[in-house]
Design a protein around this ligand. Sequence first.
Ligand SMILES: Cc1ncc(C[n+]2csc(CCOP(=O)(O)OP(=O)(O)O)c2C)c(N)n1
Ligand code: SF4
Length: 532
Amino acid sequence: MNELLMGDEAVALGALHAGIAGAFGYPGTPATEILESIQARVRAGETDISARWSANEKVAYEEALGASYAGHRALVSMKHVGLNVAADPFMSSALTGANGGLVLAVADDPGMHSSQNEQDSRYFGQFAQIPVLEPSNQQEAYDMTREAFETSECLHIPVMIRLVTRLSHSRANVKTAPPVDATPLPRAKDWREWTLLPVNARKRFSRLLDLQEVLGEYAHDSTFNSLTLNGPKGILVTGLAYNYVREAIGSDNSYSILKIGAYPVPMGKIRELVDHCKEVLLVEEGYPFVEKQLAGLMGLPGKHIRGKLDGALPRQGEMTTDLVRDALGLPMRDLHPAEESVPGRPPQLCGGCPHCDTYKLLTDALADGDQPYYFGDIGCYTLAALPPYNAMETCVDMGASIGMAIGAAKVGEHPVVATIGDSTFLHSGMSALVGAAHDDINMTVIVLDNALVAMTGGQEAMATGDDMIRVIKGLGVNEDHVVYLEPLPKLYDQNVELFRKELAHCGLSVIVACRPCIHAKKKAAAPVAASA
Ligand SMILES: Cc1ncc(C[n+]2csc(CCOP(=O)(O)OP(=O)(O)O)c2C)c(N)n1
Ligand code: SF4
């Protein structure tokens, strides 16, 4: 069968056809559509597997790991920075290994279309010493996902699929194969060693190290690593960047090309390419991951290795066909980029957004006092960093606002304010608030409760309104300083007084500004994802 699929959807369908029993994840561009597409198929009655959002990526990874330990195939998806959050279980799961196939789909965002950095997840795969598959197109995204489950079960190890934005979000025809009905595996023979006490961890780490030779052979033999030897000019290209190379060289068949899609880096094939060529250009979407390993500390004697490290290609942003043509010494194409004729549109909060009223209350309440420290977080509300509010000085990682505010308050600064969205708070702000409550830190936390994960497309919030208040009180915040309000323009006078009072309080205050995102109604009307 053929289906027109985005890269994310191809991974999702590949996982469903590989017989997963559960899909787990936390939203984040460009990975969100992986789980959303499985949820859509659950709603359409095509499958009844469990496919619900988790509280954060660490929890999602642990849920998938639990399903795998119990013998079921599981997919877990997240954006690149999400893997920082999930790094703890991820790294140690390489030691325990998997029972039912465990596949982690991570989507990187070169060019930072919607991210705070552009880290390259292949390093995480190498760090954990697990296999990584990097599709160059939607078909490979589907095929590799299916293969990843087989490999994971066969070698008892998690496998990573690394996507990038352009692949995640573009569509192509995908030829699918008949689905398999994966029956759950029995308890693994070595399950007692999953308890990573030092005595077990040492054994498991030895197992992981022993496995490296097998993984090297796997990558060497993989059909996703294909070598074509022609003339003395070589190109080593990974993943999606293969498309830019093909477009740049057109029908010129004189180049020798090694296309890498399966890691660990296939050293034997690289050796063949390098031995055959005088010069090699490395084209990678992301960091110079293979290039660094190839160039080593001293470079390769007698060989001209070019790429991001010598400036032939830029180290930042996405690859393009013209960048590759330039690096190959080919003339630029006569194109008129669409951007030239499209006026820039700075991002802004929607008209009628509840966050606008909350930031107005905050800045008005603080207008006559000392300049506050505004610690911010990630979500639609990050736009409050811009005029007219100018009420955010930091946005580093999810949940960071509360921790940073504690730090500033602990060294004696005042007033100190943290603003954080509901989903971000539940993702990773809560643990910091426990400490702030314990020490009654002199700061004010504003929870922007709009009942949705708005920035990533309006996923369901895990707690809102009364539930959110209960969570906050349950974390130990003094009930007298947990304030609930609706940031409606008609309630401005009473609300601004509440803000002034709590900002003046010497100790911890939490204000929950609760009003749904204007898109919440639309989302509520849509059918809810079922889960088994
Ligand atoms: C570790 C990590 N995971 C996921 C994301 C993607 N992301 C950005 S903001 C956000 C949540 C926004 O929801 P909320 O805090 O409720 O604010 P809202 O957008 O609704 O105002 C997510 C999931 C991210 N930036 N970092
Ligand atoms: S999507 Fe919702 S939360 Fe985001 S800016 Fe628009 S109204 Fe505000």
